[in-house]
Design a protein around this ligand. Structure first.
Ligand code: AR6
Length: 168
């Protein structure tokens, strides 16, 4: 199955690329961003400093350094502000998928962008993620194996409720 929802620490996944839920400086932060920078090592920050930041909804790629993943795709999710940001959420996934495709990635893992510190309602964030990824897979002919890596049992319960056919 080209899209699955799994429970995992994204930094441990052996895939071509993982996506980071970064901020517009691309210089690190808390949440999954902090975990990725800790696991990848100091060289990641050095490369990030050369990128000149990233706008909300955009994406930039670096090497994976000490991670099992070859690449890290850094994207900046929208901050929750009451429901007007669905498009920015979608473009995070679309731009990340495009970068992965352009770098010949065959496997990709996403965290649930904006669903932590940026405060997006988790069920909405998950629907945006699944819908946007499924649209991409349909267009591209299921050429990539994609997982959404969720952190914790509560998040997995949400996945089982909303997308039982995708959740492991
Ligand atoms: N693996 C998978 N998912 C994780 C991991 C992990 N190791 N760690 C956390 N999550 P967040 P955002 C989940 O806050 O909301 C940073 O400071 C987490 O439970 O990491 O987009 C950046 O620099 C949640 O469901 O990202 C930005 O300033 C999801 O990942 C800001 O946070 C996303 O939560 C971005 O906020």
């Amino acid at each position: 199955m080209p899209l699955r929802i799994i429970k995992a620490d994204i930094t441990t996944l052996n895939v071509d690329a993982i996506v980071n839920a970064a901020n517009s400086t691309l210089l690190g932060g808390g949440g999954v961003d902090g975990a990725i920078h800790r696991a990848a090592g100091k060289e990641l920050l050095e490369e990030c400093k050369t990128l000149g930041g990233c706008r909300t909804g955009g994406a930039k790629i670096t090497k994976g350094y000490k991670l099992p993943a070859k690449f890290i795709i850094h994207t900046v999710g929208p901050k929750w502000g009451g429901g007007k940001h669905g498009e920015a959420g979608r473009s995070c996934y679309e731009n990340s998928l495009r970068l992965a495709e352009n770098n010949a990635c065959k496997s990709l893992a996403f965290p649930l962008i904006s669903a932590g510190i940026y405060g997006y309602p988790k069920a909405d964030a998950l629907k945006i993620a699944v819908n946007t990824i499924q649209d991409f897979l349909e267009r591209s002919g299921d050429e990539m194996d994609i997982v959404i890596a969720l952190f914790g049992d509560d998040m997995m319960n949400l996945a089982h409720e909303n997308f039982p056919e995708l959740a492991e």
